[in-house]
Ligand binder design. Structure first.
Ligand code: HEC
Length: 147
């Protein structure tokens, strides 16, 4: 089961690498939320804020609200992860996840930056497909830490 989760996540990362090779990184350069404060926040608070911003972009896609999609995706594109690493409050150590953590976070940020850049023009279906790539990486990593 664990192996399957790792293989699935690795496949998602290669899909997002394809997305990452196209489109600009405007959001990553000009993004908000890049203050150092989040780098020292506990993991649980960082994850809450990531999920909150994902909800924002998802709600924007459902309602064709392009500024909302752009803001949610821009926040994810530059969101810091805790400098102390992904450790606190875990029931399961997630050792298998460690080698792919930097790649997973990088893929989320790149795809979110592209989504933010595309938010003005792409169709809602195209935006949803990019949102799916982000969500699958989030869930793929969680699976490695949960029973
Ligand atoms: C590289 C691994 C990894 C990635 C990528 C990741 N997370 Fe997490 N996340 C974790 C770990 C580890 C936990 C804590 C363990 C748990 O909740 O089972 C967690 C917990 C959470 C929680 C639960 C917090 C709570 O209150 O219990 C939410 C919500 C969450 N993540 C959202 C997200 C979202 C949204 C994304 C993608 C934009 C994301 N995560 C990407 C590793 C990751």
């Amino acid at each position: 089961m664990k192996r399957l989760a790792i293989i699935t996540l690795a496949a998602m990362l290669s899909v997002s690498a394809v997305y990452a090779s196209t489109g600009g990184q405007e959001a990553a350069k000009s993004g908000k939320n890049s203050s150092g404060e989040w780098a020292h926040a506990p993991l649980i608070q960082v994850m809450h804020d990531l999920a909150f911003n994902f909800s924002r972009l998802q709600f924007g896609i459902f309602t064709n609200n392009r500024p909302m999609i752009k803001d949610g995706a821009s926040a994810i594109a530059v969101h810091p992860f805790p400098e102390e690493g992904i450790r606190p409050f875990l029931k399961k150590r997630g050792k298998e996840a460690e080698p792919i953590i930097p790649e997973s976070i990088g893929a989320i940020k790149k795809t979110a930056a592209q989504l933010a850049d595309a938010a003005d023009k792409a169709t809602m279906l195209e935006l949803q497909q990019k949102a799916n790539v982000i969500a699958e990486i989030c869930v793929g990593c969680h699976d490695l830490y949960r029973d």
